[in-house]
Ligand binder design. Structure first.
Ligand code: UDP
Length: 237
């Protein structure tokens, strides 16, 4: 039995990239799909925000001399590509989906309209929110936080690659780093823990949005976390 009725799953763009760390690996996308299919069949309403870092990040463009807003527009387009890849994989598995974009591109996806997104979820469709919040200088973590609040999701599930929760320091660099089972939003801010950017975590704190940071590297972890199996790090008020 699932613990939640409605969740928002945040995946980084890298989650779709597989070993190469770049682009989209359909085999990896299908692995994620299989898990989402299971929870949708259980009756869980699933919304997804996927990043774009496997294709492009605005900051990289800026470092290369581009204007940040232009580079960020490219980043937002990257999230659309990832969203369409997820949609394709889910639909092949027989899961109904809708991609809703914050920047209108009606030939490819619906515009994001909150009440419409909620209706899709109520009908058992997976809602995939693409193009971030539609503005430069923001991240898909902020998008996840904002959309989760708008659709009244019970929790944001932050699926991570290569790490299974929040640590006191980077466990790859510091052998003494310890994992937290529970944290408060304020701890993440005051200790500068690498969970999400500060705009996003502040939004979660101000709006009382719980988060679970967990690893998607192990099989079926998305299913397990939705079914309430303790894992990763839980962040609450
Ligand atoms: N982006 C943006 N506004 C948003 C969301 C994303 O400008 O509301 C751009 C930004 O350039 C960012 C890129 O899209 O670098 C990809 O998103 P993100 O870095 O959050 O992806 P992730 O790290 O999760 O793969």
């Amino acid at each position: 039995m699932s613990k939640y009725k409605r969740v928002l799953l945040k995946l980084s763009g890298e989650a779709l990239a597989g070993d190469k760390g770049f682009g989209i690996d359909p085999k990896i996308v299908n692995k994620i799909t299989k898990q989402i299919e299971k929870v949708v069949k259980q009756g869980v309403e699933v919304a997804i925000v996927v990043g774009g870092g496997n294709i492009w990040r605005g900051k990289t463009g800026e470092e290369l001399g581009m204007e940040r807003p232009t580079a960020d527009s490219m980043g937002m387009l990257a999230t659309v590509m990832n969203s369409l890849a997820l949609q394709d994989s889910l639909e092949h598995a027989g899961v109904d989906t809708r991609v809703l974009t914050s920047v209108e591109m009606k030939a490819m996806a619906e515009p994001y309209i909150r009440r419409r997104a909620i209706r899709h979820l109520e009908k058992g469709r997976v809602a995939i929110f693409a193009a971030g919040i539609g503005n430069p200088f923001f991240s898909t973590d902020t998008t996840a936080a904002l959309r989760a609040k708008e659709i009244d999701a019970e929790v944001i599930l932050m699926g991570k690659n290569g790490v299974d929760g929040v640590y006191s320091a980077d466990p790859k660099l510091d052998k003494t780093a310890t994992k937290f089972d529970n944290l408060k939003h304020m701890d993440v801010i005051s200790k500068s823990l690498a969970v999400m950017d500060s705009t996003a975590i502040t939004f979660c704190m101000d709006n009382n949005l719980p988060l679970i940071v967990f690893s998607i590297d192990e099989e079926d972890n998305i299913v397990k976390v939705i079914n309430g199996q303790p894992m990763g790090t839980k962040i609450t008020k």
